[in-house]
Design a protein around this ligand. Sequence first.
Ligand code: SAM
Ligand code: MG
Length: 209
Amino acid sequence: RLPAGDGRLLQAVCINAVRGNPDSVIAAIDHFCQNQEWAMNVGDEKGAILDSVVMETSPSTVLELGTYCGYSAVRIMRLLPPATRFITLEMNPDYAAVARQVIQHAGLQDKVCLVEGKSADLIPKMADMFGIRTFDFVFFDHWKDCYLPDIRLLEDCGLLDQGSVVLADNVLSSLRFSSRFYRSHLEYTRVLDGLESRTQTGPGSHCGR
Ligand code: SAM
Ligand code: MG
């Protein structure tokens, strides 16, 4: 069972994108969202900023909060080598089902680890489930009331270390961890929006791990 709009997004990918080609999957989704139905992917304009921060950071371990249909997962992982550990969390099983197929169409199923569940439940399990000690890059793009509790949880679990970069979407005013603000527009619109990034300057606390 697929949610209607997201089922149509998936259909657009299957019809218009070349299997195994992440760039064409991204282009098919952008085209669908610009010409048919709006969807809450980070989109092409902020996506280009996301690309540049990912390339600047060159992370070995990546966490994404909020997979939705897999657009940003494809966007991020198309830029990184296969050995990169990439974990993306999605609490809505219908969206996760769409994302799995979008990621598969892009040929990235072996590079992306999609975990279904809530960030608050899963973040504390990253070490036990995946043997991850720290994330080099974290992309926040889930529900906004989870941003502050989840950054605190990441810190409390020792998952951020010196040099870890956190990039948050849909930020118009500072989350109080600002080191850099990127002004942009809400995906597929001219409404003002932005991304905010923070680079961890000191060592993380590893909770005894
Ligand atoms: N990053 C995606 C992209 O650009 O393609 C868009 C993500 S969409 C804006 C937000 C997603 O976060 C939704 O699919 C929602 O179900 C999921 N979500 C919201 N709160 C969450 C949480 N606490 N844990 C896991 N997923 C969450
Ligand atoms: Mg967003």
